[in-house]
Write a protein that binds this ligand. Structure first.
Ligand code: ATP
Ligand code: CA
Ligand code: CA
Length: 413
């Protein structure tokens, strides 16, 4: 399973050309989209823009190391979304197009998507399937409206949808391949270590990650796996929120789940990262060493820490409305029954929310439904998926030991 520490993608890496082209395309497309913002029209939700890059360059595109085509979907809509999410256009460009580009997540998942982090770990680029791209385009209006009406939404923040078309050699033939990708928020902070990560769906079918416990050496610690529903239940975990945060969390979750069900989406997860304020930050130091700076210059670590802090201050003064689930170091502190803060920070959001039920899942429901309990399997219709998801999360907030046992008799006390 994936862990959130990447391998640097630099020249010579198999995916370097793809990553280079993605970033070159984003840089040119985003900087071109900088006129006065006008109110969006239905046309903006259908608009696409194409750019062609080659070694020589022309009046529209600067010269590029490789020849490729770039397509930008609904640029004005995403520009407005970025503004709604409080991103500064110049910062966005800087993060995505700095020279030492990206790092790639260790191993791609079942879906075959690739993930890249921007150098500063603020953004994630995820390659997606054609069907996912299509679904996002079809539902972009509803997504946009939801974001506008729900500034504290937990649903993934989408900042851009693009395609690169480039020659890829395959069995000594050159084929032109289309690669669709999304830019979105990294839920996890660049400056704090996540001590445990859970990817929760509310189903139990195959939802277990085998954990090597305890870690034998510091290196193993750095490869902490992403845990799932059964681990969550087995470890008797719970989200600790006092009444105020609990209410807000469940209300927002309900609205978000309702949107996803309306859009016929399922298979999404609640991604939850847990930072323990009483523990160290070793992994971040390791990550800096690996991907950010030259290890022989430890003083740079300090520089980086400072610049992160400064940036946060700037961001704070920029965004008038503080996002509820990002109020503490980019996440949200746990709290007790009197709403007093506890020494845990949660980073939480709904991810992988572009799977359209009608596309893929019908068959799966059919054959699994034949011999399994519907609560166990992961593919059920979107409404059922949503309510099962919601119920699981609601039961996970401030769970008492008695409830734990009752909810899940399979877990031995
Ligand atoms: P599959 O369809 O097999 O579940 P996928 O390729 O669609 O996989 P996701 O489910 O989107 O991938 O993400 C896989 C993992 O990547 C997550 O469990 C999480 O660890 C990490 N991840 C995904 N999106 C984010 C994000 N926005 N912020 C931080 N981590 C993320
Ligand atoms: Ca997933
Ligand atoms: Ca997926």
């Amino acid at each position: 399973d994936r862990v959130l520490i990447g391998n640097k993608v630099s020249e010579g890496h198999v995916n370097f050309t793809i990553a280079y082209n993605m970033l070159t395309g984003i840089r040119v497309a985003v900087s071109r989209c900088s006129g006065i913002m006008k109110p969006l029209t239905p046309r903006d939700f259908r608009m696409t823009k194409k750019l062609a890059f080659d070694f020589h360059g022309n009046e529209l595109t600067p010269s590029s190391q490789y020849a490729f085509k770039f397509k930008d979907y609904c640029p004005e809509v995403f520009r407005e979304l970025r503004a709604l999410f409080g991103l500064d256009p110049a910062d966005y460009l800087m993060s995505l197009t700095s020279k030492y580009i990206l790092s790639e997540l260790n191993s791609p998942g079942k879906s075959g998507s690739f993930f890249y982090f921007s150098r500063d770990y603020k953004y994630i680029i995820k390659t997606i399937h054609h069907a996912e791209h299509q679904h996002l385009r079809r539902t972009l209006k509803e997504y946009y409206t939801h974001i506008k009406e729900n500034p504290d939404t937990l649903v993934s923040q989408f900042y851009g949808l693009h395609r690169v078309k480039m020659p890829i050699s395959f069995k000594s033939k050159i084929k032109h391949r289309k690669i669709y990708f999304l830019v979105m928020n990294n839920l996890f902070p660049p400056h704090l270590e996540i001590h445990a990560t859970f990817d929760l769906k509310g189903s139990t079918w195959g939802r277990y990650t085998k954990v090597y416990n305890p870690p034998q050496n510091p290196d193993e610690e750095a490869h902490r796996p992403v845990l799932k529903d059964l681990n969550w239940l087995e470890e008797q975990r719970s989200i600790l929120f006092g009444p105020v945060k609990k209410k807000k969390f469940l209300q927002q979750l309900e609205r978000d789940v309702d949107l996803l069900a309306r859009l016929n989406i399922m298979d999404y997860s609640l991604l939850l990262g847990i930072h323990d304020m009483e523990k160290g930050n070793d992994l971040i130091d390791e990550r800096n060493r690996l991907t950010m700076f030259n290890p022989s210059q430890p003083q740079l670590k300090e520089v980086r820490r400072k610049s992160v802090a400064e940036e946060q201050m700037r961001n704070k003064s920029k965004t008038a409305v503080e996002r509820f689930f990002q109020q503490d170091e980019g996440g949200i502190r746990a709290s007790d029954q009197f709403n007093n803060d506890l020494n845990t920070i949660y980073y939480v959001g709904i991810i992988d929310c572009l799977t359209n039920y009608s596309c893929i899942k019908k068959l799966e429901t059919f054959w699994r439904g034949l011999n399994h309990d519907l609560n166990e399997i992961s593919a059920v219709p979107p409404r059922d998926y949503g309510s099962r998801f919601y119920d699981f999360m609601a039961a996970s907030v401030n769970r008492t030991p008695v409830q734990r046992y009752k909810d899940n008799p399979k877990v031995k006390e």
